[in-house]
Structure formats: C-alpha cells, structure tokens
Write a protein that binds this ligand. Structure first.
Ligand code: UDP
Length: 376
C-alpha cells in the first residue's frame, strides 16, 4: 500500500457509479477519498470505449432511463444525452416481433388490431392455462400478463437461457421489468427521461473523478489487504460482492454472468437495429447489439456488432446479475444484518446490496447515502 492512509477521509472500494458519485460528492464537501478498483478502468459495468467513432459498451448495452428528475438533472451535469429511445426487435426462429409487449407485438402475433381484441386473446389464453390468483413465479406472471403464445415465443427460451434455470424457478418481478401496453408504442421503457451519453459513459466518470481530493488506484484488489484497509481508514464505502466481504460465512450468493463476442464489419448497417433479441432456446446468445445505432456518430464504413452470451458464474468471472430467488434472498438478509452492525462501512451498488438495480436506481441510492452521510 503505497499511500498515506491518514490523508483520506474515505476508502471507496469500486469505481462504479455508486463509489464514484460518493467520491465526487465527498470532494465537493472538502473530503478526500481514495478509490481502489480491481479492474484496469473506472466506470464499473457502465464503462465504454471508442472504436471507429463508435461507443462500444464493454459490459453490455446501457441505456439510461429514469422517472426521477433529480437523478436525470444530476447525471446531465456530467454529459449531454443523445435522445436515443430503445426499441428492441425480437427474432424467434426467423419471425420478427416488436418489443416490449405492445399492440405491434399483438398484431404481429395474432393479427389483432384493437386493444379489446388483444385483451380478449390474452384473457382466453390465461384462462386455458388455468392461471388464477397471485403469480408464484416468472412463468405464471408472464402468462397472466400476456398469455401463452407470447410466453412461449418471446419469454420462455430467452429467460431460461439468460438465467440458466426454469422460468418456474425464477421470481416474478424479473418479467415485470418489461412494460405491457395496449398502444402501438415500441419504447422499451416507460420512463420520462432516456438516452445514451453523446461521448460514452466513461467520460462521465472521468469528469466525476476529476478532483484534487480524489485518488484512483486501478488494478487494486481490496481483498489483498482487507484487514489493513479496515484498520487504517476512518470510513469505507464498499461496492463489491457482499458475501465476499464477509468471507462467505453464510454461504455463497449466486450470480449470473454474461460474456461478449464482438466483430467489426465494413458496413454502415448490418442488422438494422441497435438491439435484436434471439428468444428461442437454441441460439446460444440472448441478444446482438449494433453499437453505431445507439448514437449514429460512427465513422463511415464501419459497424461493430456484439453478441451477448449468458453463462454460469464462478469466482473467476464477472458477476453481472444477482439471482434474487428465495434461497439467495434469505442468505443476503444474513449478510445485510452483519453489514448493519459495521458502523464504519457503507455497502452500496448492485453487488453490495445484491439488488437488480438499474443505473438510475444506483444513482438515486448513492445520492441518498451522501445526504445521510453529510446530515443533509
Ligand atoms: N425477457 C424476455 N424476453 C426478451 C427480453 C427480456 O423474456 O426478449 C425477460 C427475461 O427474463 C429478462 C427480463 O425479461 O431477464 C428482463 O429483461 P431486461 O431487458 O430488463 O434485462 P437486462 O437488460 O437487465 O438484461
């Protein structure tokens, strides 16, 4: 450890949005932070890099969307957004459907043209499937929202490969992330504010962390010197995996991972959309992103496509998604109780809180923590 720990008010573990916002706000209040980050770059999974004028999202497509005006105004201090609206197309064995589930999808699936016809179709399928009462899992929730045809073609295969388990063994809230609407509207999100930063996400972090009161050490693993860090720093913000922090004493939490394969083509438009989901069970990837369609500022003649493959998680891989089923939730509660006993450490972010957070939720949580920390 090649620094004087006495100079710092905070040690921040992880340079993702939670840790970076905290450091930025602490600096504005005259407090000094050291951020340690085990990867070679800042930004966490929001990290992007530029190739052929195209912002490539290294950890999968990130579209900022929120209803929270405070969060939107906050993030807009650091970047301009480009007005991108996510409109995903699903490919089921060569049949194309609009997502999320809306009148276009219902028309494509059944030829129905009015909301009443669509509702009647869904009700009929729900009844035939015998779904009544509160849905107990993702499959029941999906059928009860949009019927069996859409469930079979657009949800089951995608979900089971994405999560590596049966839809009947997954919590219903996961499918409620997607809107269901009875208007012709392909916007993937229901939020009022949406977009992608014009210069990519990394530029946000470079700006956020540009302060004399913030030092960042990349390629630095907290666990190499955990006890020294805990002894020497007055206060710690930890955004890594909560189970690892506690040495897995209540068991290992499960995560889902993904890996990416990218290819550059000499073309201006290969797939005609920013995101195409492959919703059958057999195609090994879940979706393909064509990055130039996220901001249309690419150099002429090049396009980059990235395939996203779900994979099992183990300690050698990046943890992307918490698996918030009953088993993991009850283990997490035990860790959470331990975390609350540690006055010196604040746990935050997707991994520190074991929550399937979107970016705006992480921003909101970080701002709330800042307000509490500084008694505002
Ligand atoms: N989902 C699906 N079919 C799709 C897209 C999504 O069944 O074509 C389900 C799937 O279970 C997924 C969940 O909806 O995990 C949430 O999708 P979202 O796009 O929000 O996932 P993320 O972008 O966070 O991976």
């Amino acid at each position: 450890m090649n620094y004087n720990t006495k100079n710092y008010d905070y040690l921040i573990v992880g340079a993702g949005p939670y840790g970076s916002i905290f450091a930025h706000e602490a600096a504005l209040r005259g407090k000094r932070s050291l951020i340690i980050e085990k990867r070679g770059h800042v930004g966490g999974n929001m990290y992007t890099h530029k190739e052929h004028g195209i912002n490539v999202h290294d950890y999968g497509a990130h579209i900022f969307h929120t209803d929270n005006k405070e969060v939107w105004d906050y993030v807009n201090q650091f970047t301009e957004f480009n007005g991108y609206i996510n409109q995903v197309v699903a490919d089921y064995k060569g049949e194309l459907y609009n997502l999320p589930f809306n009148m276009n999808t219902f028309y494509e699936m059944w030829g129905v043209k009015t909301p009443d016809e669509a509702r009647a179709k869904i009700e009929e399928q729900k009844k035939t499937a015998g779904i009544t009462g509160t849905p107990k899992n993702l499959e029941e929730q999906a059928i009860s929202l949009i019927g069996t045809d859409i469930y079979e073609k657009l949800i089951k295969g995608y979900t089971e490969k994405q999560w590596g388990r049966k839809a009947t063994e997954l919590p219903s809230f996961i499918i409620r992330r997607l809107p269901v609407r009875y208007i012709f509207d392909n916007n993937y999100f229901n939020h009022r504010y949406q977009g992608v930063p014009v210069d990519g996400y990394t530029a946000i972090f470079d700006k956020m962390l540009d302060s004399d009161l913030i030092d960042v050490q990349t390629d630095t693993d907290f666990f190499a010197h955990k006890s020294e860090y805990l002894d020497e720093f007055p206060r710690i913000v930890y955004t890594g995996m909560i189970d690892q922090f506690f040495d897995y004493q209540f068991g290992e939490l499960e995560y889902r991972s993904v890996r990416f394969e990218s290819e550059t083509f000499e073309s201006n438009n290969k797939q005609g959309n920013a995101v195409i989901n492959y919703t059958d069970a057999e195609t090994p990837y879940t979706r393909v992103m064509e990055w130039r369609h996220f901001d249309q500022k690419a150099d002429d003649g090049y396009t980059i496509l990235t395939k996203e493959y779900p994979q099992d998680w183990d300690r050698s891989k990046e943890a992307y998604y918490p698996v918030n089923d009953e088993r993991n939730s009850s283990i997490f509660k035990q860790y959470r109780a331990e975390a609350l006993k540690l006055d010196k450490v604040i746990f935050g972010g997707r991994l520190g809180n074991y929550q399937y957070y979107d970016m705006d939720q992480v921003f909101n949580a970080a701002l709330k923590t800042v307000a509490k920390e500084f008694g505002e």
